[in-house]
Design a binder for this molecule. Structure first.
Ligand SMILES: Nc1ncnc2c1ncn2[C@@H]1O[C@H](COP(=O)(O)OP(=O)(O)OP(=O)(O)O)[C@@H](O)[C@H]1O
Length: 262
């Protein structure tokens, strides 16, 4: 399912922080949103999972304006791993993941076999099989992140919207998560701070800066030393990863560039 974002304006308390964003994810494409803190990545993603309403512009799913879909229709098509966390704390891990099945249930209907298989499969996929009885509140940050990802998978969406899903994950679990997203390929919009992870995972990157898209293209096209200097204000060399051939950014961690410098 394609996702098209057309001339999006959206913000908070009457002030647009995203102005004129236009981007597209083709069916099955993994589209990465990268950019400095406050550049508008979460705000764009919140609009796609309908946490925020655009002040202008549109989000189209398979050509259909999101605003014409009911909440139930949206939930069967779009699953999100948001930055804001709900109040799921008294629930068990299994109950949290089972919430992903809600869009497929009639009111008060119990779980059927397909639901149970879907929940078990999603827990296994994130390495949390056998942990379903644990209380969500008793998990570490990384374990919670994986359970919430399992909930998104249990929702069996056409479109995945993931806001910084590698937050809190150790490097092994980061690698597993990226592999999982490649294996279970859906149309995916994902924000990532780790530009090397983004370069390895994403088919296309969209760079946000000040609420606008300032570059779009393949990771190789987009992640140039010049862009990293102009947008992120850091000095970096871009080489090829010796194991994978993906673009590999080596940052100069000793000092930032002077503001606006390159
Ligand atoms: N709930 C909110 N209320 C008011 N302003 C907000 C809210 N959330 C974000 N903003 C503002 O909107 C702008 C864009 O924020 P957003 O969270 O979309 O950026 P981001 O690129 O996801 O940042 P980060 O990398 O820090 O997560 C920022 O100036 C931020 O302060």
């Amino acid at each position: 399912m394609t996702v098209e974002i057309e001339d999006l304006h959206v913000g908070y308390a009457g002030r647009d922080v995203v102005a004129g964003v236009r981007l597209m994810a083709a069916a099955g494409e993994i589209a990465g949103l990268v950019g400095p803190n406050g550049s508008g990545k979460s705000t764009v993603l919140r609009t796609v999972y309908r946490h925020l309403r655009p002040t202008a512009g549109r989000v189209l799913l398979a050509g259909c304006d999101l605003r014409t879909l009911t909440p139930g229709q949206t939930a069967r098509q779009v699953a999100a791993l948001p930055q804001e966390r709900g109040s799921d704390f008294e629930l068990t891990v299994r109950e949290v993941v089972a919430m992903g099945r809600t869009p497929y249930k009639r009111a008060f209907a119990g779980e059927d076999r397909a639901d149970r298989e879907s929940v078990a499969g999603a827990l296994a996929a994130v390495g949390m099989a056998g942990q379903g009885a644990r209380r969500f509140s008793a998990l570490s940050g990384g374990e919670r992140q994986r359970v919430l990802l399992a909930r998104a998978f249990a929702q069996d969406p056409d479109v995945l919207v993931l806001d910084e899903p590698t937050n809190h994950l150790d490097v092994r679990h980061q690698v597993e998560l990226l592999a999982l997203l490649r294996d279970r390929r859906r149309t995916t919009l994902i924000s990532l701070h780790d530009l090397n992870a983004a370069a390895s995972l994403c088919d296309r990157l969209h760079v946000l800066h000040g609420g606008r898209v300032v570059a779009s293209g393949t990771p190789r096209e987009v992640l140039t030393p010049q862009l990293l200097a102009e947008v992120f204000g850091v000095r970096a060399a871009v080489t090829a990863h010796p194991l994978t051939g993906d673009p590999l950014i080596a940052f100069d961690h000793r000092e930032p560039l002077a503001a606006g410098g390159s």
